[in-house]
Design a protein around this ligand. Structure first.
Ligand SMILES: CC(C)(COP(=O)(O)OP(=O)(O)OC[C@H]1O[C@@H](n2cnc3c(N)ncnc32)[C@H](O)[C@@H]1OP(=O)(O)O)[C@@H](O)C(=O)NCCC(=O)NCCS
Length: 160
């Protein structure tokens, strides 16, 4: 369920940016059940699923940080994904899901928290800035031929 919700929400949000063949290859690799299982079997990873009308409408996924930044260590935590289905956005649900996920991360012994966000995703960037995240780096996120500029955000412990 999480794998198919992940592929559906990613496609709804970013699908138009990529060639169909690149998107399909990316989803098969990064949104497979095997990839999710490899995240979730880590003892310091967690996921939440939001439901409405008895359907899964969104999710958040967190765990140890693997963003490409020289100050990332094994003690860093990361919000890896947060997505709602399109019809359920813009009504406060994402903020609640984010606070749940960040609250859980804060309760672990991570030294600080990290997020990677597409530079042009202004809505999500505002949302994270309001939660105390600041930009500390950039990198290229590749989906087939496409190369997207990603911002790396960080929040120090207890700054939420
Ligand atoms: C990001 C997301 C989870 C926020 O959930 P939401 O329920 O829409 O957000 P809320 O109603 O709680 O609003 C909080 C803020 O989210 C941001 N937001 C709202 N709609 C958004 C959208 N369609 N895409 C990205 N961010 C959005 C805005 O900053 C908003 O605050 P604002 O109205 O003051 O600008 C949701 O919009 C979503 O799934 N977006 C697409 C996926 C995505 O961009 N994920 C982040 C990848 S890093």
């Amino acid at each position: 369920m999480l794998a198919s919700l992940g592929a559906r929400t990613f496609t709804e949000t970013f699908g138009a940016l990529y060639r169909a063949v690149d998107l399909a290859a990316f989803l098969a690799e990064s949104y497979s059940e095997a990839r999710l299982a490899s995240y979730l079997c880590h003892p310091r990873a967690a996921a939440w699923v939001m439901e409405a009308q008895r359907e899964a409408i969104g999710y958040a996924l967190v765990g140890p940080c693997d963003l490409p930044h020289p100050e990332v260590t094994a003690l860093c935590g990361e919000l890896k994904r947060i997505y709602l289905l399109k019809d359920w956005r813009g009504d406060g649900r994402g903020s609640r899901l984010l606070q749940t996920a960040l609250g859980w991360l804060e309760a672990q012994d991570f030294s600080n928290l990290w997020i990677g966000v597409w530079s042009e995703n202004h809505g999500a960037r505002r949302l994270y800035e309001r939660q105390g995240f600041v930009k500390v780096g950039e990198y290229d996120f590749c989906v087939g031929e496409a190369r997207d500029r990603e911002f790396i955000l960080r929040r120090d412990r207890g700054r939420g």
